[in-house]
Every structure is written in C-alpha cells, then in structure tokens.
Design a protein around this ligand. Sequence first.
Ligand SMILES: Cc1ncc(COP(=O)(O)O)c(C=O)c1O
Length: 424
Amino acid sequence: MKPYADLTKAQQQAELVALQEQYQQIKARGLSLNMARGKPSSEQLDIVNGMLTTLSAGSDCYDGKLDVRNYGELMGIPSARALFADILDTVPEKIMVGGSASLQLMFDLISKAYTHGLLHSPTPWAKLDTVKFLCPAPGYDRHFTVSSTFGMELVYVPMTENGPDMDKVEELVQDPTVKGIWCVPKYSNPDGIIYSKDTIERFIHLQPAAPDFTIMWDNAYCIHEVIGDYVPFPDILSLAAQAGTEDMFYEFASTSKITFPGAGISCMAASVDNIQYIQRILSAQIISYDKVNQLRHVKYLKDKAHTLELMQEHAKVLGPKFQAVLDALDREIAPLNIATWRRPKGGYFVSFYAMPGTAKRIFALCKEAGLVMTNAGATYPYGKDPADSNLRIAPSYPPLQDLQQAMEIFCLCTKIAALEKLLG
Ligand SMILES: Cc1ncc(COP(=O)(O)O)c(C=O)c1O
C-alpha cells in the first residue's frame, strides 16, 4: 500500500469502505481489551512472590537493633534509606522512605507548599493569588491532576527529543508566580525520552524568579529498562549541589514497577536541609510509615545490583510486548505515512502521534470496537492536546495474544480516522 496522501480520492474512498467492513466484523466479535493501564501483568507480579515470605516471624522483623513493628524512624528504616540511596546514586541522609506510592509523596510535598510553604517560601502558596506550574507535555496525567486539584494554572511546555523545551522553561521561570515544573527525566511518560546532558546542565543552572521554585524530579523509571542493558543516569542532587541549586530539586522513586504497585515502598530524595525541613512538618502528620514493608523490600531486593537483575526478569516479559506493538505499527502503519511513534528502550509506554486532528476519533473508534485506550488528550494539561494527535499505548498489562488483537484494532482505527480526515 502506498502512503494514503498519494492515493487518488477514489482510491482513498475504496480503501475506507474496505476498512469499514473489517471494522464491522471486528465489532461483531464483542471484544473487551485494554491498552490504557500502565501496570505490571500478573505474570510480572508472580516473579516477585518471594516478597510475601521474606518475613515470617517476629525475630525477622529487625533492622539491626530496630524493631520495625513498632513506632519510629519517620524518615524510613536505615537499610531502606540505604537501598534507595544505592538505586539513585545518592546518600541515605538525602532519602526519606514513604508508603506504597510516590504519587502520595508528590501530592504531599505540594500540599505542604500550600499550607506551610517550602524551605525557601516567603509565603505559603495558599496565600498567593496565582500559582503557575510548568507541565512538559505529553506528560503524566496524574502530575497535571495534582496541580489542577490545588487550583494551579497549568502552563504547557512542549517536550523535545532531549526533554522539556529548555528555551521555553528558562523564559517562563522569569515569572515569579511560576513555582515549579513536573519532570520525568528517564524514560518519560509517555515518550520514553531520556533527558540529555545539556537539558540536565540547564536544569541545574536554572535561575527562577521564585525563591521556592520546585523541580519535581519524578524518577519513576530510573532502573526500568525494557530493551538492552541498564542505562546509568546522573544523580541530580550531587550535580545540583555543585551548582548551588540542590534545594530546588525533589526526586521521587518507588518500587511500584519493581515489586508490587499495590504494596511497594516509595522515596523522596532531596538536600539534607530539605529533608530536615519536611521531617519537621511531617512529624505532626504521621509517626512512621509501614516499616515492616520497608524491611520486606530490603530483604528481598538487597541492593541495586540485585534489583537490576530482577529488572531483567521483568524485561523478559515486557520486551516481547513492546516489540509486538512496534511490529504491528511498522507493518500496518509505517508504509501509509499517517503517524509516527517513539521506540522507547524503557519505561511503560509507547507514545503514538497520529495524523493531527484524529486522536480523539481513533480513541472513540477503538472504544466502540471494545478496546479501551487512555483518553486522547490526557497526556496534556487540562486534557487538551493542541494537535489532537498523541495517544499513549500501554503494552504491559494484557497477555501477548490480547495485545496483538488490540493492536490490530488500534491500527485499523488509525487508518480509518486518517482516511476520514483526508477525505474531509
Ligand atoms: C511518571 C510516573 N510517576 C509516578 C507513577 C506512580 O508511581 P507510584 O505508584 O509510586 O505512585 C507513575 C505510574 O504510572 C508514573 O508513570
């Protein structure tokens, strides 16, 4: 098949009729498929079932002399702080270990900025008329939801091959009402982009007008390679410390996609001053997080080297699924010149750019045929993709066979939407 734009109108029309017939046949199958959920499959959860038996008696529940069953150690048990420090290439004093979700730590940090202010805040954000936050997009919808739930103004920053458009970031931070930015520096959600050296350099030398400008460095996919070996990534805190900007950075990570998303552990890494400041406020809120689970994770994961071995086991399950998505797109869509997509080496998504003005239509067609996708537009602030083009494909959860069926539907809907657009 030639690129669709090179076909005559009559050929495009004939192709559309043929595809619509196929679509009706698929719809009649009454399928129920889902490529929206960026979560591990049951097969992956089974890899780490050993987690469930690491602690079986009271005598197992000690981290050195510390009885993890009791109150205390608000910042996390020493061995869990050391484990995350190892994974993120930083030091335990800069780590606080939380509960099962890094998203909760992120929300909580922003919440504290509103109620109490952060270390360098002249005023708690709740007292300000306007708070703006930079949202590189496409990005993680839940980041944007945290911002909107506090009533922030979401400011769109386009993503580039190398991370957020830094010319734009440097310009926007001159506005003192711009209080921060959301970043996923390694295998960004959904593009799978790794921020370049230059982007990182520009971040650590950023000179925002707001003294409490906050970089939410969400390193959710720090060790999450899907294809190929572990890709080292610089420790942002030590780089920023050298540049004198460490207090601007709050880094987050969790074991959600290492062990169990429903029962993992999370961390925030920040300057020692920031950690101590947060600890003071947090001590009014909670006496300690779930330290039994923290110890369970330390016993099971051991250290970074051992955790990386486990990530290779996940990759053995995930790799073929990512490949199935890419194979379908290369086979069905590439020759038609109607879309582009990224080829990530890690993370949880394949980011797809349909012909502008067709993403919503593809989403609707998929839904009608029994395939649930992440909402078109969800990867942009306010759910509005200016080009109506980006769709996020999540290959991890469905079994391979379902995924292949889902991709068949997705490709078909992409073709139909493109032809409808070309035919006006
Ligand atoms: C970029 C990013 N951050 C955070 C999360 C959620 O992490 P957690 O389970 O630790 O809250 C996700 C989940 O998809 C994510 O993609």
